[in-house]
Design a protein around this ligand. Structure first.
Ligand code: GCO
Length: 257
């Protein structure tokens, strides 16, 4: 018997950056948990394909798509209003959209810096600023920010990404301390090294792959679906008194020297 604390039936989740990878895996998990899901990405065709696949995989799933650029404040405001009027009020917001532009800091271009900070950090402010007032008016809402182990540690060539994810850890706490009194719970998930398109160059690099499998106590890369448990927990009534926390799903990486 499933514990009703984790039941998402009747709730609607918007997951940004969910046409593939971690976002799509979490959207699929939330749908399996009973939520209606709105997939987001910039490519409407890719989104439609992901929505069709998810609808075929999860019996009875309610799936919609919203193609917009999470770094475009006007588009974000317009699309959030459309989702709420045409589909359903957003009960769960998973801010997952993220990119990598790897380069040594001393050689990093301004564009590489700004693109990563805009997509991985500023976008979360823009989307939450559009969604949170509506959740506040309803006296309830769940915001789950996909941070990273790079919110706390880093390695060479990802200084822009680490700065953004470090900032996202603190933005998550800022949301919690301002919005908890309105019935919102704002928390983060910190994935470790997961098998995604964004990491394909690393996985295919034998030396880097060996290092990660040695650096991670579980001795392996994580699978996107291994984030679903944390996403369902932080999206459900089971986390109604949890706020401003980061839940690492990293195979023990952050626990190890
Ligand atoms: C890298 C990786 C990392 C991880 C991610 C884990 O270049 O080292 O892309 O950034 O994938 O941060 O959450």
């Amino acid at each position: 018997m499933n514990n009703p604390l984790f039941d998402l039936t009747g709730r609607t989740a918007l997951v940004t950056g969910s046409s593939q990878g971690l976002g799509l895996a979490m959207a699929r998990g939330l749908a399996e948990g009973g939520a209606a899901v709105v997939l987001n990405g910039r490519d409407a065709k890719k989104l439609a394909g992901a929505a069709d696949a998810l609808g075929a995989e999860v019996a009875g799933a309610r799936v919609a798509t919203a193609a917009f650029d999470v770094t475009d404040g006007a588009a974000v405001a317009r699309e959030v209003a459309r989702i709420e009027s045409e589909f359903a009020p957003i009960d769960i917001l998973v801010n997952n959209a993220g990119i990598q532009r790897r380069a040594p800091l001393a050689e990093m271009t301004e564009a590489q810096w700004r693109e990563v900070l805009d997509t991985n950090l500023t976008s979360v402010f823009l989307v939450a600023r559009a969604v949170a007032p509506r959740m506040i008016a309803r006296g309830a809402g769940k915001i789950v920010n996909i941070c990273s182990v790079m919110s706390d540690v880093t390695r060479p060539t990802i200084g822009n990404y680490a700065a953004a994810k470090g900032g996202l850890k603190m933005l998550t706490k800022a949301m919690a301390v301002e919005w908890a009194k309105h019935g919102l719970q704002c928390n983060g998930i910190a994935p470790g090294y997961m098998v995604t398109e964004l990491n394909r160059p690393l996985i295919e690099n034998a030396e880097f792959n060996k290092w990660i499998c040695g650096r991670t106590p579980a001795g392996r890369w994580g699978k996107p679906e291994e984030l679903v448990g944390a996403a369902v927990f932080l999206s459900s009534r089971a986390s109604d008194f949890v706020n401003g926390q980061l839940l690492a799903v990293d195979g023990g990486l952050l626990a190890a020297l």
